[in-house]
Design a protein around this ligand. Structure first.
Ligand code: ADP
Ligand code: ZN
Length: 607
């Protein structure tokens, strides 16, 4: 069916709907009689019961004829009704609304018909959405500051620069540098991305325009794009300013060819408009676009190109220190009992986001109010926490204690292996705060940019990767899937070491092509080596990995105590930085030294 035919059909249906509706109205509305007639009927005793609804009165006379009428002033007829012993039922007056709705219904139907019609049309009228942008209002200078956002020290440094470029744009342009245009805040929901964007606007005291990605898409074809243009025009007039786009993945998701749904088309138009606007700034216009997403992997790469959202700041779930600070920020708003231990509360809520912590404080205040207390005390927090956690556990947000322990030992295993082996990159951070699909992380940052790698470096990298799984095995005696990715990476390094870098003794310095793709074996790959060599390669890789595995197990078993101590530090603090790890290491060495001396002394005494 062509679009015109569809449209005509919809209009016809709409018309029939209106007609049908009026017929219905006519049949069910009883005969309207004049007020004076109504009064005389009452006086004659012809009406025994009425129903009142506002001024509208309906009922039946003794001849069972339905009537309706309008009473201008009900109280004045009450004495008469009572005198004649008329049974009165009444209900609240919703007449105004329903009357309005009744009057509006045909209009709504036509409008609905039109909307469906215009939706079905590709590239509909962009002018339709010009209903003066209801979704974005400049939040006339938010007065939030970085002080309102707690536990984001890492992100804060990067974002201070954005504030500077808004406050002193001349400073940046004079030096010829380019002012950052797009900042992508990525992180789980409720970690304060919106709050942070507002705080940036507040710190720089510039207007803040905000719009949600889904606002663009819910509308009709072409409207999203025109909204984007409208928003940017408005923002440019008020430069310097900030545009905040929440859930940018709603419009900026990867473009998938071949999907013929209408909303996808709309999304693409909107995304294109956004890209065009971002590319088309004058040098004197300082508009910074901050976008938020919790699915950075879903974004169209076009958005991440230089000059667009080329700054990416990751906001992760807060660690125990961060949670304490967020608790403190929000607790300022409530009446607090003296001496509440926020560290203890923070420790007891692993995995909570900023929003969940704000909610916790609010719930605690509600608990206190429920118990008629004058201030919020520790018990209220405990009770609120239980209430929230029970709800959250269902959603599987709170990591259970068992998983936390396993993760702590796993990460400690990586970190200790790296620490104790020579020629490895220094460990800068270990964490058991889940992010994305990973339950924890061990971060190593090379001291300088590496261009060549020694064999020892590569071997120790493999060992470090295995350290996670091995620590789990030593402590818990079983394996988990948590190490899956480590094993993949380790195998890859071992393979390259043997085939590409020519670092295995049995194979020698010969580079063999090795097809990585296809887990199921690459049948089409041209083999640059014989079956025999292939076997040899496989054997070499296997040997290398097994040696690494055995030696790392020995290393970690020997330093078992260090493993326990670091894991314990992780369980308490959730993140441990390089310096803190050094302290744990130092304590461990000291302890070993003392034990050693003690042993020596006993031995001497025995001799
Ligand atoms: P997102 O945009 O990342 O989903 P929001 O900025 O909307 O998160 O956070 C929701 C609320 O949670 C905020 O208004 C604030 O009350 C609280 N919140 C989240 N993170 C923090 C934080 N780091 N410090 C203080 N409050 C926070
Ligand atoms: Zn790991």
């Amino acid at each position: 069916m062509s679009q015109i035919q569809t449209g005509l059909l919809i209009l016809l249906l709409t018309f029939l709907g209106v007609v049908g509706y009026n017929v219905y109205l006519h049949e069910t509305t009883p005969e309207e009689i004049a007020y004076t007639e109504f009064l005389s009927c009452i006086e004659e005793g012809e009406i025994k019961a009425i129903h009142l609804k506002g001024g509208q009165v309906t009922g039946e006379n003794i001849k069972k004829q339905a009537f309706s009428s309008y009473v201008p002033d009900i109280p004045t007829i009450m004495p008469l009704l009572e005198e004649k012993k008329v049974l009165i039922t009444a209900e609240k007056d919703s007449e105004n609304i329903s009357g309005f709705l009744k009057a509006m219904l045909p209009v709504l139907l036509i409008l609905g018909g039109y909307l469906i019609f215009s939706r079905s049309q590709q590239g509909g009228k962009p002018g339709f959405g010009k209903s003066k942008g209801s979704s974005f209002h400049p939040k006339k200078r938010t007065n939030l500051s970085f002080e309102d956002v707690a536990g984001i020290s890492e992100a804060r440094i990067e974002l201070t620069e954005i504030v500077d470029s808004l406050t002193y744009p001349e400073k940046f342009s004079r030096l010829g540098g380019y002012i950052p245009k797009g900042v992508l805040l990525q992180g789980p929901p409720g970690t304060g991305k919106t709050l942070l964007a507002k705080a940036i606007a507040g710190e720089a005291s510039v207007p803040f325009y905000s719009i949600g990605g889904s606002d663009f898409v819910e509308m009709f074809v072409g409207v999203g794009a025109s909204r984007v243009r409208e928003l940017f025009t408005e923002a440019k007039k008020n430069s310097p300013c900030i545009i905040f786009i929440d859930e940018i993945d709603a419009i900026g998701g990867k473009r998938s060819g071949g999907n013929a749904s209408g909303s996808n088309d709309e999304r693409e138009q909107t995304l294109n408009a956004l890209l065009v606007e971002m590319d088309g700034f004058d040098s004197n216009e300082t508009v910074i676009i901050i976008a938020a997403t919790n699915r950075p992997d879903m974004l169209d790469p076009a958005l991440l190109r230089p000059g667009r959202f080329d700054r990416q700041v990751t906001i992760s779930l807060p660690d125990v220190k961060g949670r304490r600070k967020i608790l403190e920020v929000h607790a300022k708003k409530i009446a607090l009992a003296p001496g509440i231990n926020f560290s203890e509360i923070a420790r007891s809520i692993p995995g909570f986001s900023g929003a969940e912590i704000a909610n916790l404080v609010n719930e605690a205040a509600l608990m206190a109010a429920r118990h008629n207390k004058t201030c919020v005390d520790f018990a209220d927090f405990e009770e609120a926490k239980d209430k929230i956690s029970l709800g959250l556990e269902r959603k599987n947000v709170v990591i259970n204690e068992k998983d936390r322990r396993v993760t702590a030992y796993h990460e400690a295993g990586h970190a200790i292996t790296a620490k104790l082996l020579p020629d490895t990159d220094p460990v800068t951070k270990i964490s058991i705060i889940p992010r994305g699909r990973a339950l924890g992380l061990t971060q190593q940052v090379p001291l300088d940019d590496k261009y060549t790698y020694s064999r020892e470096y590569l071997v120790n990298r493999i060992k470090t990767l295995m350290g996670g799984r091995i620590a789990e095995e030593i402590v818990f005696g079983h394996q988990t899937t948590g190490a899956g990715n480590d094993i993949v990476t380790a195998t890859e390094i071992a393979t390259r070491l043997v085939c590409e870098f020519g670092m295995s003794a049995a194979i020698g310095p010969i580079a063999y092509s090795h097809e990585q793709e296809g887990f199921l074996g690459n049948t089409t790959a041209t083999k640059a080596y014989s079956e025999k060599t292939a076997e040899l390669i496989d054997q070499e890789i296997k040997d290398l990995i097994e040696t690494c595995y055995r030696e790392t197990t020995e290393l970690l078993t020997k330093n078992n105590q260090f493993l326990h101590e670091l894991a314990e530090a992780l369980l308490v603090n959730e993140t441990v930085d390089g310096e803190e790890m050094d302290i744990v290491h130092h304590c461990y060495l000291k302890q070993k030294e003392i034990e050693h001396n003690l042993l020596k002394k006993r031995k001497r005494n025995n001799d």
